[in-house]
Design a protein around this ligand. Structure first.
Ligand code: 4NP
Length: 159
């Protein structure tokens, strides 16, 4: 299974989600079955390392950041089995890359997998870019919770 995480710039939320998912999938013994990469709907940061605070906070939490910024293209949607986006703008921008409704349906909000999605509704992952460290810490808490839901859904055969 191939998962791609997507945000706007591909330096904050989606590389964080990529790193968290890869870590949790490895812990669950699923690293050989699932690959996770990431991309941005904008091309601002192609080739760039993740944001300093994404790496600083994520590094303290034990995550690794081997990839650099990639601009999301239609071919990525074809190749992936599941595209997990952070907010409604990402959802619209990613789906606009194709007219194929089956491919559009592969693009889903990461928040669908949050532990409180059933009760609180599906929330976006807010963009921490330009905000202080606390917002990056909040981002990781939200992504870690939803990533646990993704791993359980894969393990249970729901994805
Ligand atoms: P991300 O955050 O979408 O979570 O990576 C952003 C990073 C950079 C920019 C916007 C959002 N930017 O405008 O450069």
């Amino acid at each position: 299974m191939r998962i791609m995480t997507v945000c706007l710039g591909n330096i904050c939320r989606s590389p964080a989600a990529e790193a968290v998912l890869n870590h949790k999938l490895a812990e669950a013994g699923l690293a050989d079955e699932v690959t996770v990469t990431s991309a941005g709907t904008a091309d601002y940061h192609v080739g760039d390392q993740p944001h300093e605070l994404t790496r600083e906070v994520g590094g303290e939490l034990g995550y690794e950041f081997p990839t650099v910024g990639v601009h999301l293209a239609a071919a990525h949607l074809d190749e992936a089995d599941l595209i997990l986006v952070m907010d409604g703008a990402n959802l619209a921008d990613a789906r606009a890359l194709t007219d194929d409704v089956d491919i559009q349906a592969k693009v889903r909000l990461l928040g669908e997998f949050a532990s409180d999605a059933d009760t609180a509704g599906v929330r976006e992952v807010p963009d921490p870019y330009g905000h202080p460290r606390a917002q990056f810490e909040d981002m990781y808490r939200q992504i870690e919770d939803a990533a646990d839901g993704v791993v359980v859904a894969i393990r249970d055969g729901r994805l």
